[in-house]
Design a protein around this ligand. Structure first.
Ligand code: PHE
Length: 464
């Protein structure tokens, strides 16, 4: 603990790093396909409501907890509970977050590895050849995920890049990568959006996304929107507590949280605009799950002028977004070792990264390469395979439970005086938001998240 603690260079450094954590496969892959499955319009509105009323308050709570204690989750809760009973429970909550980081990273790097492969295939022309034969993209994707060697290779390369950033620390690693990748990501996405606006399907995409039809909305959609708000904003597991712990006291907590949540939402919606405009231009059916990104889209890209460039730009965009997210996941696990076990940063990044990679290999082999791992049925038949079981465990259990208790902690265990002492530092604007935040974090967020957990347990619903 004697090591000097890293700090972002300033407000922009924090915003870009935290937005980098938030913007990831959740925005570019999951959000478009759940929006499609839930018929667009009304779902998009409910999702924006979930981000504003539940996600944003919990993000403010996480930044506040991190910046107040200057610690990653386990130590943060321990410090805030010092001298009170029940500290073990809340440190356990911190530990749940660290475990969630470990679990999510172990399968997230597998999908992230695919984006590298597809970028390469777009650049080398292989993707164009596949797109020219009907059914070839689907067949390729199926055999690619079942190829153990290729899966382990992609996962390994992606983990190496992730370790590289965490190894160099808060400012010279994580922040530096985010400052390069995030602007490039925005530039690519905006260019693709401008291009999309010239395609024939643009009008239909806008209607689909922005004309709500509430009769299509089910309670399942509302839950999915809420569950997704956690995943996409990196909430419920301490990534934002950890990043908040490196934040300067001169920055405004609520303004930063608002900017991060807004950026994350704009990017998710722009991704939908791009994908649906292109897909609707050709009257394509959107297949579920991974299909939209790796089979449907490549097929349509090559029907457009300059398809190779668009495909390459698109997969680079997804790879960049994934990398800034995997960095934050590894940072949560590493900062636990740095803060609590007094490891050096380099040792923590390499050891934890290697351990997660070893575990990740099991996920990489559970998509067809190894029969036992592929059929492993840990948490119910609809999540067969280690990869699916862990995604289900993290998205349906670890993040909502973590988020619920973080909200309860900030709203009920910390006094209003305490949270105010932190959030008033660096915030010059109006204080009118504060009572609204207190109300949301004490009542609205716990009830909403409690409803997700209740429906998962008692109604058998699940968030993808
Ligand atoms: N928010 C990331 C995404 O949308 C995923 C993530 C979850 C990252 C939790 C960090 C912590 O892809």
């Amino acid at each position: 603990m004697a090591q000097p603690r890293g700090q972002w260079s300033g407000k922009l450094g924090f915003i870009l790093a935290a937005a980098g954590s938030a913007v990831g496969l959740g925005n570019l892959w999951k959000f478009p396909y759940i929006t499609y499955d839930n018929q667009g319009g009304a779902f998009v509105l409910v999702y924006i409501g979930a981000v504003a009323l539940v996600g944003l308050p919990i993000m403010i709570a996480e930044i506040t907890i991190g910046r107040r204690t200057q610690r990653s989750p386990v130590g943060a809760f321990r410090i805030l509970m010092a001298g009170r009973s029940g500290g073990w429970f809340w440190s356990g909550l911190g530990f749940l977050g660290v475990s969630a980081g470990f679990v999510i990273l172990s399968y997230y790097t597998v999908v992230a590895g695919w984006t590298l492969r597809y970028t390469w295939m777009a650049l080398s022309g292989q993707l164009r050849e596949l797109a020219a034969q009907s059914g070839a993209l689907d067949a390729y994707f199926g055999s690619y995920v079942a190829n153990g060697g290729a899966q382990v290779l992609g996962t390994g390369i992606f983990m190496t890049l992730t370790i590289g950033a965490v190894y160099f620390g808060v400012r010279s690693g994580i922040e530096r990568v985010a400052k390069v990748l995030m602007p490039v990501l925005l530039l690519i996405l905006f260019s693709l959006a401008i291009y999309a606006s010239t395609t024939a399907g643009f009008g239909e995409a806008m209607t689909f996304l922005f004309r709500p039809n509430f009769s299509e909305l089910t309670s399942q959609s509302v839950l999915e929107a809420l569950g997704h708000a956690f995943f996409t904003l990196s909430l419920g597991m301490g990534a934002i507590i950890t990043y908040g712990s490196y934040m300067n006291k001169k920055c405004s907590v609520p303004v930063a949280a608002l900017q991060i949540a807004a950026l994350d939402t704009v990017i998710a919606i722009l991704a939908c605009v791009v994908m649906f405009s292109i897909i609707f231009s050709f009257d394509m059916e959107v297949s579920k799950s991974a299909g939209i990104l790796f089979t449907t889209l490549p097929a349509v890209f090559f029907q457009l002028d300059g398809g190779g460039i668009i495909a390459a730009a698109f997969f680079i965009l997804v790879a960049f977004a994934a990398l800034t997210s995997t960095i934050s996941l590894l940072e949560v696990v590493s900062s636990y070792a740095i803060d609590e076990l007094a490891w050096s940063r380099r040792q923590a990044a390499m050891t934890m990264g290697a351990a997660i990679f070893v575990f990740g290999v099991l996920n990489a082999l559970s998509l067809g390469a190894n029969d036992w791992l592929t059929d492993l049925n840990l948490l119910g038949a609809s999540h067969a395979g280690l990869f699916n079981s862990l995604d289900y465990l993290a998205s349906n259990w670890m993040l909502p439970v973590g988020g619920l208790f973080i909200a309860l902690f900030a709203g009920w265990m910390m006094s209003s005086k305490d949270t105010w002492a932190e959030v008033s530092q660096g915030h010059d604007g109006s204080a009118a938001w504060y009572p609204a935040w207190r109300f949301l974090i004490r009542f609205v967020a716990p009830v909403a998240v409690g409803a997700i957990i209740f429906s998962i347990i008692f109604l058998g619903m699940e968030y993808q």
